[in-house]
Ligand binder design. Structure first.
Ligand code: AGP
Length: 614
């Protein structure tokens, strides 16, 4: 989705904006633009398509300015075009605005502004903001941008993160946030504003995350933040431990591939310092829930969207199995509107890589309104969701740039695993030996992933056999049912091949009608309590001439005897942790199919990295 970057300081701003925008490309966009203040004039350059097009336009231009804002637009109101690209200006071209989010009342505002004589040049909702600021300046007889923005946002309904510049207030950027993420970067005699950390990470790791309803004024010398009553508020500066290099491709063809290969390390980061073997123990005190509170929990609800929802299903299963607490899982967009039955004895666990997914944020708010306790499993420090809950388990994978979630998902599995064991031990329902075995299994996972990554070439060979197929079915049972969903989601997201994930037991209740000699069925067959059942499902597919691609443990004689079309072998581990190893295999398979089809793997069409609108 849209991205914002802004800078005010002593350095030339052109490259800071372009490089920042490039770091936001992964969010998905269809046009881009910048506005730079140069000697009392605003230089505005915009274009449809990729940032490379914008770069071509301004490459040879000498645009020497030290204050500017830039934007990547993901079209909502109006098609992708130069006129609709941000920044947008007021009538006189003295005020420029970039905006993420949706202004819900823009039609009525536009009508009113047009009646008052304002001339509009785009089809966007954003342009009303520039004209509103212009109107507020003239109505309040002020040149003060901060004051005018404060008055203007009072008219807006919907979600917005905005950054603006005015020629009447040089060296100043005014930013405002309502339900759409916005951060401020603190440098030495320079300040940044951005919608996402990677945009400014090469310049500073000291970041303030703005809250909803806040307005900020940035100049090279200082940053002041105000609430909606224009009362100055203090803000916490956080140090983001991410290394800027983790936001680079480091020789990999795609971020997605790099992130798949990072998983041995990211998984270790996620459990490091949170588990010990001697004595076997889980340390999740950062969740900030007392043992007494844990004993009072009567139900747990996991919520998330897309891949994060799949991690929630694993969460539900493992919490019930290990902590013996009834658990549920819900898609955040369903949960928030279905009047869920939660109360003070319910623990809601929101799972989100970005911490900015609009539906998940609102679902957490809904749960808290009803008195539930809420914690988050999240990857981005200080993100919106982490500020809505009482405790957070950070997944510590570093920035995930590929739109298709990979390393964040496997880290989320580790987080729900540790959470279940933590709750179970606090409740006294887990035996010490069992806990020790489970921790031991987890410690082995990074090395086991490495053995899968070493066999990447075999997965690539198999991808060659199947990449022209039009439909895929993915089947798994119990813990590996959500992995079937995740495998199918990965394939459809990046290769645009139709793929469906199903609990294997459901196959004969419908999807079996699809099976013929053209239908590859990926079956997760690793050893588990439901292994024999899965073998029967494979027989059923074969009896209908379906193509079977199995994921299995080495030495699986029974499977080899049945005979399937392809087998990817993974190391043996517990049933719950097999989800991680099977996921890595399916990520590589999806990646190579998409690569053979020549797809835009890191920025698949129509998708956005964080979905900050409903
Ligand atoms: C995963 O590959 C997706 N692109 C998507 O389903 C994602 O997991 C979902 O939008 C949730 O995002 P979040 O984890 O940042 O909340």
């Amino acid at each position: 989705m849209c991205g914002i970057v802004g800078y005010t300081g002593k350095k030339e701003v052109k490259d800071i904006l372009l490089n920042g925008l490039k770091k936001l490309e992964y969010r998905g966009y269809d046009s881009a633009g910048v506005a730079i203040e140069v000697n009392g004039m605003l230089v505005l350059r915009r274009c449809e398509g990729k940032i490379a097009n914008l770069e071509k336009i301004i490459h040879n231009e000498s645009i020497i300015g030290t204050t500017g804002i830039g934007h990547t637009r993901w079209a909502t109101h109006g098609r992708p075009s130069e006129e609709n690209a941000h920044p947008h200006t007021d009538c006189k071209g003295r005020i420029v605005v970039v905006h993420n989010g949706i202004i819900e009342n823009y039609i009525s505002l536009k009508k009113r502004l047009e009646k008052e004589g304002h001339r509009f040049r785009s089809e966007t909702d954003t342009e009303v903001i520039a004209h509103l600021i212009e109107k507020c300046m003239s109505k309040a007889k002020t040149k003060d941008l901060l004051r005018a923005v404060h008055l203007a946002v009072g008219y807006l309904k919907g979600s917005f993160a905005i950054a603006c510049i005015s020629l009447d207030d040089p060296d100043t950027i005014v930013a405002a946030r309502q339900f759409s993420p916005l951060i401020i970067g603190i440098g030495k005699e320079e300040h940044f504003v951005a919608s996402d950390i990677p945009a400014i990470l090469e310049h500073t790791r000291n970041i303030i995350s703005m809250n909803d309803g806040q307005i900020a004024k940035l100049t090279p010398k200082k940053v002041d933040i105000y609430d909606l009553q224009m009362k100055k508020v203090s803000a916490q500066v956080m140090n983001i431990p991410w290394d800027p290099v983790t936001a680079e491709k480091s020789g990999y063809r795609h971020f997605m591939l790099k992130e798949i290969f990072e998983q041995p390390r990211t998984i270790e980061e996620t459990f490091r310092g949170r588990i010990s073997l001697d004595p076997a123990k889980i340390f999740l005190e950062t969740m900030d829930i007392s043992t007494e509170d844990i004993k009072n929990i009567q139900g747990i609800v996991f919520i998330g969207c897309g891949t994060a929802y799949h991690a929630g299903i694993i969460g539900k299963y493992i919490v019930e199995n290990e902590a013996k607490i009834p658990a549920d899982v819900d898609v955040a967009s369903e949960f928030r509107y279905r009047d869920p039955l939660v109360n003070k004895n319910t623990l809601v666990v929101a799972i989100s890589q970005s911490g900015e997914t609009a539906d998940t944020i609102q679902a957490v708010r809904e749960a808290r309104k009803k008195g539930a306790k809420a914690i988050a499993i999240c990857n981005v420090i200080g993100s919106s969701i982490t500020r809505e809950v009482t405790g957070v388990i950070y997944t510590r994978t570093g920035p995930e740039i590929g739109v298709a979630s990979t390393k964040a998902f496997t880290a989320q599995i580790v987080a729900v695993y540790m959470l279940a064991l933590y709750l179970g031990t606090k409740k006294g329902v887990i035996k010490q030996q069992h806990l020790s075995d489970m921790i031991n299994d987890l410690l082995c996972i990074p090395k086991q992933i490495e053995t899968i990554l070493k066999k990447e070439s075999l997965i690539k060979v198999a991808a060659h056999k199947y990449f022209t197929k039009k439909d895929f079915l993915y089947l798994g049972r119990h813990y590996n049912y959500p992995i079937a969903l995740e495998g199918a989601l990965k394939l459809k997201e990046i290769s645009y091949i139709h793929a469906e994930g199903y609990p294997a037991g459901e196959m004969k209740h419908g999807p079996i009608a699809l099976i013929d000699q053209n239908m590859p069925v990926v079956v997760i067959t690793t050893k588990s309590s439901v292994y024999e059942k899965i073998l029967s499902n494979i027989e059923e597919i074969k009896a209908r001439s379906g193509l079977v691609i199995a994921i299995a443990n080495k030495g699986d004689k029974k499977l080899e005897k049945i005979g399937v079309d392809d087998i990817f072998y993974v190391p043996k581990t517990s049933e719950v942790l097999s989800t991680i190893l099977n996921t890595v295999t399916l990520q590589l398979f999806a990646y190579h199919v998409a690569e053979l089809l020549g797809c835009d793997i890191d920025q698949p069409r129509n998708l956005a990295k964080s979905v900050v609108v409903e």
